[in-house]
Design a protein around this ligand. Structure first.
Ligand SMILES: C[S@@+](CC[C@H](N)C(=O)[O-])C[C@H]1O[C@@H](n2cnc3c(N)ncnc32)[C@H](O)[C@@H]1O
Length: 242
C-alpha cells in the first residue's frame, strides 16, 4: 500500500474515531497479541533447558522449589556470596527458601513488598489489597525488608546499595504478578544488570502481566537473557543475563 494511502487511512481513523466500536475488545485483543507472542517465544526456547516440563497437564506450585534447586546447584547459588532481591514477598515462602538454601555469611537478602497486598487489581480474580501479609519475622541478620510500593522504595534502596549492586552476583526474584510492578523494577535495576545475574519470574506465562513486562523490557533496553529452566509450562522461569 502506498504511503499516502496509509496516511489518509490513519487520518480518517483518527478524525472519526471509528475504531472505538472495538473498545469492548481492547483487553481481548491485547491478550491474544501477547499470548501469541508468548507461545512463539516458548516454541523457540523450550529446548536445551536444565529443567522443563512443557507440556504438563497439571500445575503444581511446589515444582518451583525444584526449579530453584536446579538453578541454585548449577550456578552454586547455595554457597556463593550473592545479593538476593525478591520483589513480592507476601508470607515469605520463597524468600525463606533462598535464605535457608544459601549458607554464605557474606550474602544479603532483600525483600520488597507493600505487605498490604497488591497495589491494584490483577486480572479478574485478584483485587487490590489481596495477598496482604505481616512483615516476616526472620532471625537472620542477612535479611532485610523494604515495606511500601516498589515505586517508593526501590530508588532509595538502589542509592543505599549501589556499590554492592555493581559488584556482587545478583539473584533477582520477580514475584509481584503485575505488569506495572514488574516493568518498573526491571527498568530500575537495568543499569546494574551484569552478565551472569539470575532472574526468576514466578508468573512468566501470564501474557498481559509478567510476560508482557519481560518482552517490553528486553526489547526496549536491548537486554539479552537466556532461559535456563522452567516449570509448570513456563509459569515459573529462570533466566541468566548474557
Ligand atoms: C504472589 S505475592 C508474592 C509471593 C511470595 N513471593 C511467595 O513466594 O510466597 C505478590 C506480592 O507482590 C506484592 N506487590 C505487587 N506489586 C507491588 C508493588 N508495586 N509494590 C510493592 N509490593 C507489590 C503484593 O503486595 C504481594 O504480596
Amino acid at each position: 500500500m502506498k504511503l499516502s494511502t496509509i496516511r489518509f487511512l490513519k487520518d480518517f481513523i483518527l478524525y472519526t474515531g471509528v475504531l472505538r466500536i472495538f473498545s469492548p475488545l481492547n483487553h481481548s485483543f491485547q491478550f491474544v497479541s501477547n499470548f501469541n507472542k508468548m507461545r512463539s517465544w516458548i516454541s523457540e526456547h523450550k529446548n536445551d533447558l536444565l529443567l522443563n516440563d512443557f507440556y504438563s497437564r497439571k500445575r503444581d506450585y511446589n515444582k518451583r522449589y525444584q526449579l530453584y534447586d536446579t538453578v541454585a546447584k548449577h550456578y552454586q547459588l547455595d554457597t556463593k556470596e550473592i545479593m538476593y532481591m525478591e520483589f513480592g514477598v507476601a508470607a515469605a515462602h520463597s524468600f525463606k527458601w533462598w535464605l535457608a538454601k544459601n549458607t554464605n555469611t557474606g550474602s544479603a537478602f532483600f525483600g520488597f513488598d507493600t505487605f498490604e497486598g497488591l497495589p491494584e487489581d490483577w486480572g479478574r480474580h485478584f483485587k487490590k489489597g489481596d495477598m496482604s501479609a505481616s512483615l516476616p519475622d526472620i532471625d537472620d541478620k542477612r535479611a532485610g525488608f523494604y515495606k511500601g510500593i516498589f515505586q517508593d522504595t526501590v530508588h532509595g534502596f538502589i542509592q543505599q546499595h549501589e556499590a554492592e549492586l555493581k559488584t556482587k552476583p545478583k539473584v533477582i526474584h520477580m514475584d509481584a504478578d503485575l505488569f506495572s510492578s514488574t516493568i518498573f523494577v526491571l527498568s530500575q535495576l537495568h543499569p546494574y544488570l551484569t552478565k551472569g545475574d539470575i532472574i526468576f519470574f514466578d508468573e512468566f506465562n501470564v501474557a498481559n502481566h509478567e510476560y508482557q513486562a519481560f518482552r517490553i523490557f528486553t526489547d526496549a533496553f536491548y537486554v539479552k537473557m537466556k532461559p535456563i529452566a522452567a516449570v509448570n509450562n513456563f509459569y515459573q522461569v529462570a533466566f541468566v543475563v548474557e
